[in-house]
Design a protein around this ligand. Structure first.
Ligand code: ADP
Ligand code: ZN
Ligand code: ZN
Length: 742
C-alpha cells in the first residue's frame, strides 16, 4: 500500500497542512511526486484538486480512516508539478526534508497593496505655459508658479513629489486641472527593479559568436537541447550569445532564466538586458521585499515577462515553458546556497532544464574546475572564445615580489612599481582600481608586545576595527565593543590594527595622493539598497580617480577609463586551507586583471604577492586558463578531490563542547564500523574542530567523507538520518561538495 501526502492549496504558507490519502493500486504506477490529483475532501466529500508532495509506505494515521485518491489529472507540464519535482530533487541530493525543499521552490505569497503611481503632466504647450507663468507671477500666486516652473522643465512630475517636495496643495492641483493647464494620470505599476530604455539596434555577432549561437539554437529547434559551457575571456561577447539564444526562445513563445551572481554586482549586464527586452525582462535580487518578489512571480505566471534575471533563487520563477537557462559566471561561489538545504544552482538548473526540455548554457572566463572537467568528458558541449569582441588589447601583467620590496626597505603596502604607475595614471586623468581580497582581512587588532589578538567573546574569530564608528565588530555574530587601548592579556598599550583592510588602503592613499578622489566599495559601504549602484555609477562617470574594493569590484563591470588594476595581496585567497584555494586565486586575479584596458587605452595590472612562483598566480598573470587547469586537475586527481572524488561535510554543532566532541568520535566510529567495507569504499577525514570552532557560543566539529561516487555519500547521509538517533544537544547538517571552508 502507498500513501500520498497532498496539499490542496499550494503555497509556501500551507506546506504544513498536508492531507494523507491512499493511492489505490491501479493508480500506483501513475501517481508521482508533483502529480496533480483529484480527491474527495471534507465531510461532504466534495471533489477538489491537490498536489502530491510526497509518497510514503506507512500511513501516519489509522488507515481505515484514509480516503482514496480518485484520479490523476494527466498534465505533468503544470508549473507547480515541476517545481514540486524540483523540490524532490533537492531533497534527494542535498539532504533535506520535503517541506524545507518545497519552501525553497515555492514563492512566499505576500500580496501587497497595488502601488498606484500618479503623475502630473503639463497639458498645454510650453509657450502657453510660459505666458501663464508670467500671469501667475504678477499675481504672486507662488504655488502655481512653483509647479509650472518645474513642469516646464520636466513635463511630467511624480504626484507625491509635487505635494511633498514642492509643497503644493491639492487645491492648487485641482484648480490647474480644471483650467486644463495640467492633468493627472495614474496607472498600476509593478515594482520593477530597474527600467531602461529599449534600443532597437542589436549587435551583429562576429563569426566566433555566431557559430556558437547557431549550434545551440539548432539543438533547441530540434528539441534536443543539451548542456553547454562557453569558456570565453572577459569581453569576448558571451552575453551577446546568450541574448541571441534567448531571442530564439522568445520567438518560440518560451521563456528564459538568466542567473547572475548578484544583481548589484552585474548591474551593467542587467541594463543591457533591459535595453534589449524592455519590460519583457524582470529582475530578482536579494534586496527585494517579499511583496516585490511576489509581484515579479505573478507577472511571470501571467506571461507578462519572457526573461527573468537574478541570483540562484530566480530558478524558481513559475514559468510554464522554459527554453533556456543561462548561468553567467558559472564558477561563482554564490551559486551554492549557504543555507540548508545547500543546493548548487548549476545542478538544480540541470534538473529544471531536463523537466522543461530546455537548454542549459554556462559561461565563464574561468570555469570551475568541475564544470570544465565535465565538459571535457562530454557532459557539456564546450566552446572557447579567446579574443575580445571589440578590438581591445589584453592588459600587461606584472608580478611584484613583496619580499624584495621589504628587502629594499619599503615597508608600505604599496610596491614601488604600483605607486609609480598610480602617479602616472593620476597625472593623465585615467582611472585606477585597487583590489583587496577580504578573506582573513578584517582589520583585526593585536598587541604588539605579546601578540594577543582581540577576539569576540562569543566566537572564535578576531574582532575587526571599524575606525569611523570607533568600534570593534564581530563579523560573525554582530557583537561590538569600543576600541581597545590596552592589551587584555599583558596590559601593554601597544595595541594596533594588525593587517590592512580596504579602509586602511583608503587611508594610505589619501596620505600618498591627497588630491585624488577615492571611492571604497566593500561590505561596510554597501549596506543600503542603492549604494552599489551609487558607487559604481559615480566611478563610471569619472567622479573618482580610484576605486578600492573587495571581490565585489572585480566582477563584470565595464569601466573604459580604467587603465591600471592593482591586486594588493594576491596570496590572501591562497593561504586558506581549502582544496580550492588555487582555483579561487586564479579566478580572482584573472577577473581583476580583466578590468584593465577595456577601452581604447591598453591597461596595466600589478599583482603584489609573497609567492610570485605559485602556479595559479603565474597562470593568471598569463590569463591562461588551460595552463592553470592542467596543473590543478592533476593535483585533484592525485588527492582524489572533486571532480575525481566527491566530498561530504558533516557538521556537528552544540552549545556544549564535550558533547559535540564525544558525539563526533562516536559518529566517525559508527560510519567506519557500520558502512565502510571492502565493497563500500569511502574515506573519513576527521573529526576535527571547525576552522572557526565557536560561533555565537555554539561549538562546531566537522567530519569529511570522501568517496568516488556521489551516491555513496547520499547513502551515508541517509543512514545517519535514519539510524543514528542523535543526542538532543547535537545538531547535524550536511554539505555536499562544500564551497566554503568551515
Ligand atoms: P562577455 O559577456 O564575454 O564579457 P560581452 O558580451 O559583455 O562579453 O561583450 C563585451 C563588449 O563587447 C560589450 O560592450 C559588447 O557590447 C561588445 N560586443 C560583443 N559582441 C560584439 C560584436 N559582435 N560586435 C561588436 N561589439 C560586440
Ligand atoms: Zn599584550
Ligand atoms: Zn562573535
Amino acid at each position: 500500500m502507498k500513501y500520498a501526502n497532498i496539499i490542496v492549496n499550494i503555497s509556501n504558507e500551507n506546506l504544513d497542512r498536508t492531507f494523507q490519502y491512499i493511492i489505490p493500486s491501479p493508480l500506483q504506477s501513475v501517481v508521482e511526486i508533483g502529480s496533480l490529483v483529484r480527491i474527495p475532501f471534507g465531510k461532504s466529500n466534495r471533489i477538489i484538486e491537490g498536489y502530491v508532495i510526497d509518497i510514503v509506505n506507512t500511513p501516519e494515521f489509522d488507515k481505515d480512516k484514509l480516503k482514496e485518491v480518485i484520479d490523476v489529472i494527466v498534465d505533468s507540464k503544470v508549473t507547480e508539478s515541476r517545481l514540486i519535482k524540483l523540490a524532490a530533487f533537492i531533497r534527494e541530493n542535498y539532504g533535506s526534508t520535503m517541506i524545507n525543499a518545497l519552501k525553497i521552490v515555492l514563492p512566499v505569497k505576500k500580496k501587497i497593496k497595488e502601488k498606484q503611481e500618479k503623475s502630473i503632466i503639463l497639458n498645454i504647450s510650453e509657450e502657453e505655459a510660459k505666458e501663464k507663468l508670467v500671469l501667475f507671477t504678477k499675481k504672486h500666486q507662488n504655488a502655481r508658479v512653483r509647479l509650472l516652473t518645474e513642469l516646464i522643465k520636466e513635463k511630467v512630475l511624480d504626484y507625491s513629489l509635487v505635494t511633498s517636495k514642492l509643497n503644493i496643495s491639492k487645491a492648487t492641483i485641482t484648480y490647474l486641472t480644471e483650467q486644463e493647464i495640467v492633468k493627472t494620470e495614474s496607472k498600476r505599476i509593478y515594482r520593477n527593479a530597474a527600467i531602461g530604455e529599449m534600443s532597437a539596434n542589436k549587435t551583429i555577432l562576429n563569426e566566433h559568436q555566431q557559430i556558437i549561437a547557431d549550434d545551440i539554437i539548432k539543438d533547441i529547434r530540434n528539441l534536443t537541447p543539451k548542456k553547454y559551457l562557453i569558456r570565453g575571456i572577459t569581453g569576448s561577447g558571451k552575453t551577446e550569445i546568450y541574448m541571441e539564444v534567448i531571442d530564439e526562445v522568445i520567438r518560440q513563445g518560451r521563456q528564459a532564466i538568466v542567473l547572475i551572481p548578484e544583481i548589484a554586482l552585474t548591474y551593467q549586464t542587467v541594463m543591457r538586458f533591459y535595453k534589449r527586452y524592455g519590460d519583457r525582462v524582470s529582475t530578482l535580487h536579494s534586496k527585494l521585499s517579499q511583496g516585490e518578489k511576489y509581484d515579479q512571480f505573478e507577472r511571470a505566471k501571467n506571461h507578462e515577462i519572457d526573461v527573468m534575471i537574478g541570483p540562484r533563487s530566480a530558478l524558481f520563477v513559475p514559468f510554464d515553458n522554459i527554453g533556456v537557462i543561462v548561468i553567467d559566471e558559472e564558477h561563482e561561489g554564490s551559486y551554492k546556497s549557504e543555507k540548508m538545504p545547500r543546493y548548487h544552482a548549476r545542478e538544480v538548473a540541470g534538473e529544471l532544464a531536463r523537466l522543461h526540455n530546455a537548454a542549459l548554457v554556462l559561461g565563464s572566463a574561468t570555469p570551475s574546475v568541475n564544470a570544465y572537467y565535465e565538459a571535457k568528458k562530454g557532459e557539456y558541449k564546450l566552446y572557447e572564445l579567446n579574443k575580445r569582441a571589440k578590438e581591445a588589447k589584453l592588459a600587461n601583467v606584472k608580478i611584484v615580489d613583496l619580499r624584495e620590496e621589504l628587502k629594499s626597505g619599503n615597508k608600505t603596502m604599496f610596491s614601488r612599481s604600483l605607486r609609480e604607475k598610480m602617479e602616472e595614471r593620476l597625472l593623465k586623468g585615467e582611472q585606477i582600481m585597487l583590489f583587496l581580497n577580504r578573506r582573513g582581512y578584517n582589520g583585526s587588532v593585536s598587541c604588539r608586545a605579546c601578540g594577543e589578538v582581540i577576539k569576540c567573546p562569543h566566537c572564535d574569530v578576531s574582532l575587526s576595527e571599524h575606525k569611523r564608528e570607533n568600534k570593534l565588530v564581530c563579523h560573525y555574530c554582530g557583537y561590538s565593543t569600543g576600541l581597545v587601548n590596552q592589551c587584555p592579556s599583558c596590559g601593554s598599550t601597544m595595541v594596533a590594527g594588525l593587517r590592512i583592510g580596504t579602509e586602511k588602503v583608503e587611508e594610505k592613499i589619501k596620505e600618498m595622493f591627497p588630491m585624488a578622489n577615492v571611492l571604497r566599495m566593500d561590505g561596510d559601504t554597501t549596506k543600503n539598497k542603492d549604494s552599489y549602484n551609487n558607487i559604481l555609477s559615480a566611478f563610471a562617470n569619472k567622479e573618482a580617480d580610484i576605486l578600492i574594493g573587495t571581490q565585489m569590484i572585480v566582477k563584470g563591470h565595464d569601466f573604459p577609463y580604467v587603465t591600471l588594476v592593482g591586486i594588493m595581496l594576491a596570496d590572501l585567497s591562497l593561504n586558506v586551507n581549502d582544496y580550492r584555494a588555487s582555483e579561487r586565486t586564479f579566478q580572482l586575479i584573472t577577473q581583476a586583471a580583466g578590468r584593465a584596458g577595456r577601452g581604447e587605452i591598453p591597461g596595466d595590472v600589478v599583482i603584489q604577492t609573497y609567492c610570485p612562483d605559485d602556479f595559479s598566480i603565474v597562470a593568471a598573470s598569463h590569463q591562461d586558463y588551460k595552463e592553470f587547469y592542467d596543473e590543478e586537475i592533476s593535483y585533484r586527481k592525485m588527492l582524489m578531490y572533486p571532480p575525481y572524488g566527491q566530498m561530504m561535510l558533516i557538521m556537528l554543532e552544540s552549545d556544549d563542547y564535550d558533547s559535540v566532541l564525544k558525539y563526533s568520535e562516536y559518529l566517525a566510529g559508527k560510519i567506519k564500523s557500520d558502512i565502510i567495507t571492502e565493497n563500500f569504499k569511502a574515506i573519513i577525514i576527521g573529526p576535527a574542530d571547525a576552522n572557526i570552532v565557536k560561533v555565537s557560543d555554539i561549538f562546531r566539529r566537522v567530519l569529511y567523507v570522501k568517496a568516488r561516487e556521489y551516491e555513496k555519500l547520499v547513502y551515508i547521509k541517509d543512514y545517519i538520518e535514519n539510524n543514528l538517533s542523535s543526542d538532543d544537544r547535537i545538531r547535524i547538517s550536511f554539505d555536499f561538495n562544500p564551497m566554503n571552508s568551515i
